[in-house]
Design a protein around this ligand. Structure first.
Ligand code: AMP
Length: 358
């Protein structure tokens, strides 16, 4: 495989904080970045060589983007697959269409997990209220109804209890494709990020615990407080998924740990992930540098932790206004994303605290 050497330009689809931190890590390795994003004044735009502001399906913008970059990656998984196809006729696109399409659609995603032998919650595809009634008859309540596409941070999902009216729940979702999932009475939510190169080599970060508030990630604890055997099983699961997708880049897999210690995959993202932000301060190679290495064909870096443990807390909404107090704490590392407006629940930055080794 050809190496895309330092000095080359990485194209990033998406202009959010994940793109911003990818560009900052790529710059440390001597790469330039160009982003394509539909949003003006995005967090990534302000740290890259150039931002092309256009819809992802604008053929002229895609052609201009392809002309300026040597390889394409993404920080946002809802880019239309056709955009990747167009770019892939011109240059390497990593990850490719299979990983993107699988992660974009919960029906494909759950079917993929099950096909490669990865457990999930029991689930059914739902394309109308009759499907929903049949799925409820099989799975019982409580259960979770989720839109197949474009759901994130708890948006596009609704919990179904014995008293929930299926017709009203279906109408409230406003979609024609969804899944109904059995409710998992989990002991913990964990995730694993794996990096995979074009040569198939993989490096995997330790499993981390994720604590959500109002369906939004609030805190990540690395490593997850689980026995080493369970953490190893979680890493193996993520590697199996990355391999089956023939993914080049990063894959984050979110899983539930049940009270009896079993793992059930919930969802995956073929890009840097919020639960990997701790690696910026807590691992030898951070996830963003790892992505740049993977897509450029460089050797992958060590995923070893620097400290005994690390805790990453998202700064949501107005929490980032506490920046002065955070900076005054010698144990804290502050990261702000440069977003102009703090809306409730919006990810404005994060803070990491690494517990040193003895
Ligand atoms: P998701 O959008 O699938 O990541 O779901 C967001 C959050 O909702 C998860 O992180 C869980 O906290 C919760 N959740 C989703 N699906 C289930 C489920 N089947 N059982 C229990 N909790 C769930």
């Amino acid at each position: 495989m050809t190496t895309i050497p330092p000095g080359s330009t990485i194209g990033i689809l998406g202009g959010g904080q994940l793109g911003r931190m990818t560009a900052m890590a790529a710059a440390r390795l001597g790469y330039d970045c160009v982003v394509l994003t539909p949003t003006e004044d995005s967090p990534a735009a302000r740290v890259v060589r150039e931002a092309i502001v256009a819809p992802y399906d604008d053929p002229a913008a895609l052609a201009a983007f392809a002309f300026k970059v040597d390889v394409v990656t993404l920080e946002f998984e809802n880019v239309p697959a056709e955009a990747l196809d167009l770019l892939a006729t011109r240059l390497p696109v990593r990850p490719g269409r299979l990983a993107l399409e699988t992660a974009q659609d919960r029906i494909r995603e759950k079917a993929f997990f099950n096909t490669v032998g990865i457990d999930t919650a029991p689930w059914h595809p739902v394309h109308g209220v009759d499907d929903l009634r049949a799925a409820l008859a099989d799975l019982g309540t409580p259960a979770v109804l989720k839109t197949a596409r474009l759901g994130y941070d708890g948006k596009g999902q609704t919990r179904m209890d014995a008293t929930t009216d299926p017709a009203a729940a279906w109408d409230s979702l406003g979609t024609d494709a969804a899944i109904l999932e059995g409710f998992v009475d989990f002991a913990m939510e964990v995730s694993v990020i794996v990096a995979r190169g074009a040569d198939g080599h993989m490096e995997t970060y330790d499993a981390v615990q994720n604590i959500h508030e109002n369906h939004i990630l609030k805190t990540t604890i690395a490593p997850a407080p689980l026995p080493p055997g369970q953490r190893a099983a979680a890493r193996l699961l993520a590697r199996r998924a990355a391999e089956a997708l023939d993914l080049v880049g990063l894959l984050a897999v979110e899983m539930f740990v049940t009270p009896d210690g079993r793992l059930r995959a919930n969802e995956m993202a073929p890009r840097p992930h919020n639960s990997g932000h701790w690696t910026l301060d807590g691992a030898v190679t951070d996830q963003f540098e790892q992505l740049a290495r993977a897509v450029c064909g460089l050797p992958l870096g060590s995923t070893a932790p620097i400290g005994r443990s690390a805790r990453m807390t998202n700064l949501l909404g107005n929490a980032a206004t506490d920046w002065a107090a955070i900076l005054a704490d010698p144990a804290a590392k502050l990261h702000l994303y440069g977003k102009r407006e703090a809306r409730a629940g919006r990810k404005m930055g994060h803070v990491t605290r690494v517990e040193p080794k003895d």
